[in-house]
Write a protein that binds this ligand. Structure first.
Ligand SMILES: *Cc1c(COP(=O)(O)O)cnc(C)c1O
Length: 371
């Protein structure tokens, strides 16, 4: 029997009655765009993340882009971010016309190394976009201290970290604004694409909302060039059913991670994820790092042969991607820690509902891979 990286069919089976009736309700009322379900979800997310506002939109990529656009970040501005993340992080920076600047990551958490941040700040720097990678918050306090001193705005890419905490505060409430994704495989996923912005800044929320609706202030009157980025009412209804289960699912992910931590501890050629004391991670992915790419290849091969789902996160850091290398004026920086992750860091199944037997099966294959 194989083990999937995530079992969405299991989740649907668990919530089938609730989900089916929520979907039927939207179909019956035929309010598909905007309406009460979307508003209800925005309120629920703002409450959950402990922010004043939440603005639903089409996906996490748009959420990042809308925040950057609403902040007025654009041509000539530099935005500091991490080289180890999903590509969407840097797309949001490039699509508003700003220049991405990459700072290396810290080993173990794979998050932006805040101790290397200040050296990357120039007169053009306007913002810092940290990513709470794999479900663990970046070390936000020292980051905010540096940002304040240099008058920089901080935007959280919290797409992998809904429910994670930092010193008791939720991801999404830690900086000026944050972006979340409801892509099906995220910790809180819908049945398609979806995203949301959280912020305490009412002006920013209103501006982002306007940009998500074609820059509309009043129907057919436009005072800015925006885009069309909406969360469907159907997705909102589905998310409203799932949100009350999120904390339980995140706790199950943490439990699975703790079992892996224990069972894999004695493998010298495998680096386990580091959980920082300052908060609670939500293990969007349980990521391990092999000592070499050859080791990683062999383990990945053995896992796949056993029907165990796995993938590299990420095969290539962003500052080494063709799209960045082709960007006018982009000088490839040397970021050794991020580069050391290329094709060596990969995920082991740690989804909510994974059994101890499944984890033991994965561990046995990992341990046997180099024999
Ligand atoms: C998933 C993800 C995004 C983009 O979200 P979409 O909803 O797929 O557009 C952005 N940043 C990170 C770190 C992500 O994991």
């Amino acid at each position: 029997m194989g083990v999937p990286l995530l079992d969405l069919r299991l989740q649907y089976q668990q919530l089938k009655d609730e989900l089916d009736s929520a979907i039927t309700e939207v179909m019956t009322n035929a309010a598909f765009i905007g309406g009460p379900k979307v508003k209800e979800l925005e309120d629920a997310i703002a409450t959950y993340c402990d922010t004043k506002y939440a603005v639903a939109c089409g996906n996490g990529t748009d959420a990042l882009f809308l925040i950057m656009a609403a902040l007025g970040i654009g041509k000539g501005d530099e935005v500091i971010t991490t080289p180890l993340t999903f590509f969407a992080t840097v797309e949001a920076i490039v699509h508003v016309g700003a220049t991405p600047v990459f700072v290396d990551i810290e080993p173990g958490t794979y998050n932006l190394d805040v101790s290397k941040l200040e050296a990357a700040i120039t007169d053009q720097t306007k913002a810092i976009m940290p990513v709470h990678l794999f479900g663990q918050c970046v070390d936000v306090d020292p980051l905010l201290e540096i940002a304040d001193r240099h008058n920089l705005v901080v935007v959280e890419d919290a797409c992998q970290a809904i429910g994670a905490t930092y010193k008791g505060k939720r991801a999404g409430s830690l900086a000026r604004a944050a972006a979340f994704s409801f892509f099906p495989s995220k910790n809180l996923g819908c049945a398609g694409d979806g995203g949301v912005i959280t912020t305490d800044d009412g002006e920013l929320a209103a501006h982002a909302r306007k940009l998500a609706q074609h820059g509309t202030s009043k129907k057919y009157y436009h005072d800015a060039f925006g885009t069309n980025s909406r969360l469907d009412a159907l997705q909102a209804a589905i998310l409203l059913v799932k949100l009350p289960y999120l904390d339980v699912w995140n706790a199950q992910r943490r439990d699975a991670a703790a079992v892996y931590d224990q069972l894999l501890a004695d493998i010298e050629w495998l680096e386990l994820p580091v959980a920082r004391e300052y908060g609670e991670a939500v293990y969007h992915l349980y990521i391990v790092k092999a000592d070499t790419t050859e080791t990683a290849d062999r383990v990945l091969g053995a896992l796949r042969e056993a029907g165990i789902d796995t993938a590299l996160y990420y095969p290539l850091a962003l500052h080494e991607q063709d799209a960045l290398l082709a960007l006018p004026g982009f000088a490839k920086p040397s970021l050794p820690v991020a580069e050391s992750c290329d094709a060596r860091t990969f995920a082991l199944p740690a989804f909510p509902g994974i059994t101890r037997e499944q984890i033991e099966q994965v561990v046995a294959v990992v341990k046997g891979a180099l024999l």
